[in-house]
Ligand binder design. Structure first.
Ligand code: GLA
Length: 388
C-alpha cells in the first residue's frame, strides 16, 4: 500500500506539474451486518468500514479553479469555486463537487484545488463507493482549509453532498461508517440521536464474504427515493391518530394495523418491514454480543426475505445467491446488502468452507444468470484517515 501512496503522490506532481506534495486521504467503503433501510427511518444500523477504500491526493491552488482527475477511469473534470453545481448524470465529479459545495454553505471560504481520485471500492456493488469519495473529499478540504470541523459534522456534510449532487436522499449510515469505522468492530448506530457504540466483531473462524451479482440496476436511486416517500406516508397516516409519532422508529405493528393497513396494503408492507427490521437489529446486536452467531445469521436470512418480499428492493440475482447460500450449512447468514436492486450479498461463512462455496456457487450463478460472479472477503478496518 505504501508503494501505491508514493505512486499517487508522484502522479499528482506530474499531472499538475507541481513540486508541492499533495495531502493524501483514505476513506473506506462499508458493509452492514443487519438493519437495512432503517437509517432514514430513525432506526438503528450495524455497519463497519472495510479494507476497500477511495484514495484522494489533494492540494490547494492559488486561484479559484478546481481540477479533478479520476485516475482509474482516465477522466478529468474542471470547474471553478464560483460555479459549483451538479454536473449531468450522476458521476464521480459530483461526489467531490458536492463535498466542496458544503464549505461555502457553512460560510467557510473555499479555495481552488487540484485532486486525483483512485478507488478500489467496486462501483455499484452496494459498498458505498460514493460515500467513500465524499468523505475523502470533505476530510481533505477540512485539513487543507484548516477548518477544524469535527467528524460528525463532516459525516453530515458528506450525506448532504449525496442528497444535493447525486440526488439520492440517503440516510446517514454510509458516510457515518466510512468516517467512524474502527478496526475489528461494527458500529451500532442510533440514526435518530447519532449516538453510537462499537461492538467487537471477532467471529472466530467466520469470514465476511461479499458476493457481487454484478447487476447495476438503473432504478436503484429512483426506487430508493420512492421507498422513502412510502415510509413518510405511513408516518403521516399514523400521526393523524398518534401526534407524538415522528418516524417509523416510534411505530408499533398494532399502529400499522389500525392506521395504515386499511388505507394501503402496499404502504403497510413497506412500513411493516421497517418496524420489524428495527426490532430485528436490536435482537441481532444482542446475539452478536452474546457470541450467538447462529441466531444472528438466522436474522440475516429473515432480513433478506423482508427486503425481497415486503420492501421489494431485491432482484432475482440477489435472491438466487441468498437461496443458494441458505442450503449450505457452512453459511451462517446471508442477505442482500445496501440500497438493493443489485450489488452484493453479505455472507457469514465458516472460513474453511469459503473455497468450496465459491467453487459451487460461482459456476451455478454464472450459468443461471448469465453474469459474472465476483467475490471479496472483507476485513473490518478503521474509518477515514489522513495518510500524509
Ligand atoms: C444506501 C443508502 C443508506 C441506506 C442503505 C439501505 O446505502 O445510502 O443510507 O439507506 O442504502 O440500508
Amino acid at each position: 500500500m505504501e508503494d501505491n501512496i508514493t505512486k499517487l503522490s508522484k502522479l499528482f506532481c506530474e499531472v499538475f506539474e507541481t513540486s508541492t506534495k499533495p495531502l493524501i486521504v483514505r476513506s473506506p467503503g462499508r458493509v452492514n451486518i443487519i438493519g437495512e433501510h432503517t437509517d432514514y427511518n430513525d432506526g438503528f444500523v450495524l455497519p463497519a468500514a472495510i479494507d476497500k477504500a477511495a484514495y484522494m491526493a489533494v492540494a490547494l491552488r492559488d486561484d479559484d479553479e478546481i481540477h479533478l482527475q479520476a485516475h482509474d477511469l482516465n477522466e478529468t473534470f474542471s470547474t471553478s469555486v464560483t460555479d459549483l453545481k451538479p454536473v449531468g448524470d450522476v458521476s464521480w465529479p459530483n461526489y467531490i463537487l458536492g463535498a466542496a459545495a458544503q464549505f461555502p454553505k457553512k460560510n467557510i471560504p473555499l479555495k481552488g484545488f487540484n485532486a486525483i481520485l483512485t478507488s478500489d471500492v467496486p462501483i455499484g456493488a452496494g459498498l458505498s463507493s460514493s460515500a467513500a469519495v465524499e468523505c475523502a473529499a470533505i476530510h481533505a478540504l477540512n485539513e487543507l482549509l484548516q477548518t477544524g470541523l469535527d467528524k460528525i459534522e463532516m459525516v453530515l456534510m458528506a450525506q448532504k453532498a449525496e442528497h444535493e449532487y447525486a440526488g439520492v436522499m440517503c440516510g446517514v449510515m454510509d458516510q457515518f461508517a466510512s468516517v467512524m469505522g474502527k478496526q475489528h468492530h461494527v458500529i451500532k448506530l442510533d440514526c435518530r440521536s447519532l449516538e453510537y457504540e462499537y461492538v467487537p466483531f471477532n467471529l472466530d473462524g467466520i469470514c465476511v464474504l461479499l458476493l457481487n451479482t454484478n447487476v447495476k440496476h438503473s432504478l436503484a436511486s429512483s426506487e430508493y427515493n420512492t421507498r422513502r416517500q412510502e415510509c413518510e406516508q405511513a408516518v403521516a397516516w399514523i400521526k393523524e391518530q398518534y401526534p407524538a409519532v415522528n418516524s417509523l422508529r416510534d411505530v408499533t405493528e398494532a399502529m400499522l394495523d389500525e392506521c395504515v393497513l386499511p388505507k394501503s396494503t402496499l404502504v403497510d408492507k413497506r412500513s411493516r418491514f421497517i418496524v420489524q427490521e428495527i426490532e430485528r437489529l436490536q435482537k441481532g446486536c444482542e446475539d452478536l454480543m452474546r457470541g450467538d452467531t447462529h441466531a444472528l445469521g438466522k436474522k440475516m436470512f429473515n432480513t433478506h426475505d423482508g427486503l425481497s418480499r415486503m420492501y421489494a428492493v431485491s432482484c432475482k440475482e440477489l435472491d438466487y445467491l441468498v437461496d443458494f447460500a441458505r442450503n449450505n450449512p457452512a453459511v451462517i447468514g446471508a442477505r442482500m446488502m445496501g440500497g438493493g436492486f443489485g450489488g452484493c450479498t453479505i455472507n457469514l461463512v465458516k472460513e474453511d468452507a469459503v473455497e468450496a462455496l465459491i467453487k459451487s456457487i460461482q459456476p451455478a450463478y454464472e450459468a443461471a444468470m448469465r453474469l459474472p460472479l465476483t467475490y471479496y472477503a472483507a476485513s473490518i478496518e478503521n474509518g477515514t484517515t489522513i495518510i500524509r
